[in-house]
Unconditional design. Structure first.
Length: 144
């Protein structure tokens, strides 16, 4: 959050830490209890996190089996070390292991579209844009 705020990129998540918002604390606790949270570590420190499961409540399920990346967060201290790529590859490997050939993710599509381009650089392709209120989003998919 601090890095995004410093960059003037508050449209994605705002500027307040997640820990200050009870609804966000509840959502993250739910993810931790869901069995879908995976933590990447570097030298014994948490470097990033991916949460896998079904689509978010504001996204219609795909017409076929899918694994949905509900969240992907990387600690900025580990930027450039492939943490996000590794976690997204883990998602694809888990999907393949379950016989699922579709991995989807949604992300913030506002500002300069940088986050959408990140997922495209990871082998995802754009499918449908959407909005939640005034928050612009983009659904992307990776076929295995």
């Amino acid at each position: 959050m601090a890095w995004l705020t410093e960059q003037g990129r508050t449209g994605q998540w705002g500027s307040e830490p997640f820990s200050a918002d009870p609804a966000r604390v509840e959502r993250i606790t739910g993810w931790a209890l869901s069995g879908g949270m995976r933590i990447a570590e570097i030298d014994g420190e948490a470097a990033g996190c991916v949460v896998l499961g079904g689509p978010m409540p504001y996204i219609a399920p795909a017409p076929e089996p899918e694994l949905y990346v509900q969240a992907l967060v990387i600690d900025r201290r580990f930027h450039g070390r492939g943490v996000g790529s590794t976690l997204l590859e883990l998602a694809s490997a888990e999907a393949a292991g379950r016989g699922i050939s579709l991995v989807r993710v949604d992300c913030y599509a506002g500002d300069d579209g940088r986050l959408v381009r990140y997922y495209e650089s990871q082998g995802f392709t754009r499918t449908e844009p959407f909005t939640v209120g005034e928050w612009p989003g983009q659904i992307l998919e990776r076929r295995l």
